[in-house]
Every structure is written in structure tokens, then in C-alpha cells.
Ligand binder design. Sequence first.
Ligand code: TYM
Length: 329
Amino acid sequence: MLSGIQPTADSFHFGNYLGALRQWVALQEDHEAFYCVVDLHAITVEYDPKALRERTRRSAAQLLAAGIDPERSTLFVQSQVPEHAQLAWVMSCITGMGEASRMTQFKDKTAKGGADRATVGLFTYPILQAADILVYQADRVPVGEDQRQHVELTRDLAQRFNHRFGKTFRVPEAYIVKETAKIFDLQDPSSKMSKSGSSPAGIIDLLDEPKASAKKIRSAVTDSGRDVIFDEENKPGVANLLTIYSALTGRKISELEDEYAGRGYGDFKKDLADVVVEFVTPFREKTLTYLDDKAQLDAILAAGAERARAVTEPTLAKVYDRLGFVPGP
Ligand code: TYM
């Protein structure tokens, strides 16, 4: 199993956590898992090098705080494992221009600024993502709904390579948990909660001050009614809050609907705010503790990269052989 997350913000948010990270933690129990902080992907848009270094470490600290166990799972930074970029080049040579042009995330990201201002790296981003997955021979890729198309591309590329050069890659599948596959913006429940797209009040960051996250829940957009019922069509704000509540407590949505029947939104939001505070308070403390010892954090990541390379080097050697390259030193 493999998955990745971008170090493009100071904190991950509840969409990242409920859509993906929670599954990462659960699946490491009975899968061989590789989890990476994808810094090569983060440089496809404008960024500040100093902030990137800081955010990469913050990302790793948050993954540890979320419960990724570096003994059990291989936790590493993408740029420390050169085979990702090497395989991405190979994959780019079997990807069609038209195929790459159909990736909706690229279209969304360039819709405002125009494709002229976008980099070639942003365009080929999904091909690097395919390489991330294939270089580990991953079977499963735990992600949120927005990554489904990239995993589909990965499957197509794996099949194409196997067909053209002989069976080399496993064909991976996205692992998407339906209930939490798409967490919405608290202020605009018609769009997904997103590091780049949401307003600060629309995102609950995992590293928010607990008081700030409670306030965001209390001021989340609902509707003019007062019934706490799960109706994504007509009450998307309430449905989103119910999803978050249910995911954090493990309680069924129907049970929550019963509990808040006839009580209006006030009580419901107040209780959810408490649940969120209970989650973010220890999470924040744990993350800050990991960040206190940068040398130890870097050592965990270096050990992870070494373990990762034990898998990626043989895969790349096999690929190079299949491609017809002359064996090197
Ligand atoms: P990224 O960094 O945007 O997001 C990390 C994970 O969080 C999920 N996610 C969400 N899930 C539910 N609701 C939301 N509102 C929400 N927002 C984000 C994402 O689906 C993702 O699983 N391209 C990837 C990073 C990547 C990757 C990979 C993933 C690079 N290589 C290889 C899997 C395998 C991305 O930008 O995720």
C-alpha cells in the first residue's frame, strides 16, 4: 500500500484526516504500508523554499501524531527516494498528451490563472503520482475522492507498460471510504474543504488553536431550518457536520439524528465543537513534541527513505532492463 500527502500548508485539515490519514493509520495494522510527504509535488506551484522545509517536517510530525508508527510503516520524504522522479520520466514517455490534458485537477488549478502561467511540472504532476504508486508495486492507495482520477491514470499506465514491455507492475486500486471521501468547506458546503480553495473559516486545521476550531464549528453555515437530519441535497452544511461528528465519535448518523431531534442546530454544533476540541487538543500537543526534536524527526525520515529504497531500486532496475537500457555499473 502507498499514499502521499503534500506539504503545502502549515497544517493538514479535517478533509485530509477523515478522507485519507485515518485510513492510513488503520491500514498499517495489516498491510505493508509506505507513506510519503510529497515535496516534489509541492514545487509544481509557486512556493517559498524555507517554508517548504518547515512544512515538510511539520507534515511528518503530524503523520506521527495521527498515529503512523514508523516501525510498522515506512514513513519518508519523496525527494529522498530518487526512483520516484526516475520512474516518472519513464511513465511520461508512455503517457499521451491528450490523456494528461484530461486530468481535472490540472484543469481546476489552472482555470483561474490560465494554462500559460502553469508549469510543465504541474501538468505532469499526475504522472509523478503514478510513479509514486507503481515503484512500490502497491495494490491499494488510500485517498479521498479527489484523487480517484489520478489513480485511474496510474492503472492505465501500469497496464500499458505491462502490455508493451512484459508484466512488470501490479495494477493498483484506489481505497476510498465512501462516508468521508469528500469533506466540505464549512462556509461553502458545495465545495470541498481545501488547503488552497477554502477561506480560513471554512477549514478546520488539525493544528488550529482548539478555541479557534470550536468557533469555526459554531459558525459553520447550515440553513434556515432547525432539523438535524442527513440530507446532502437540501441540507449540505448539516450533512457535512453530521459526517464529521459521526467519523470522530464512531457513532452512527441515524443515532445522532435521533439524539438531536427537536433540539435545533445550537446544541448540535456546541457538542460537535467539544468533540473537535477533544480531538485537536492532544493532536496539537503531540505534533509540537515531535517538532521539538528535529534531529530525531529527520532520522526517522532518513531511516524511512532507506527502507523505501530497498523496494524502489529493484523495481527501477527491472524497469530499465525491460526498456532495453544497457546495465550500468
Ligand atoms: P493532498 O495533499 O491534496 O491531500 C492528501 C489526502 O487528503 C485527501 N483530501 C480529502 N479527502 C476528503 N475530503 C477533502 N476535502 C479532502 N481534501 C483532501 C486527498 O484525497 C488525499 O488523499 N496528489 C495527492 C498527493 C499524492 C499522492 C501520491 C496520493 C502524491 N502522490 C500517491 C496518493 C498516492 C494530493 O495532492 O493530496
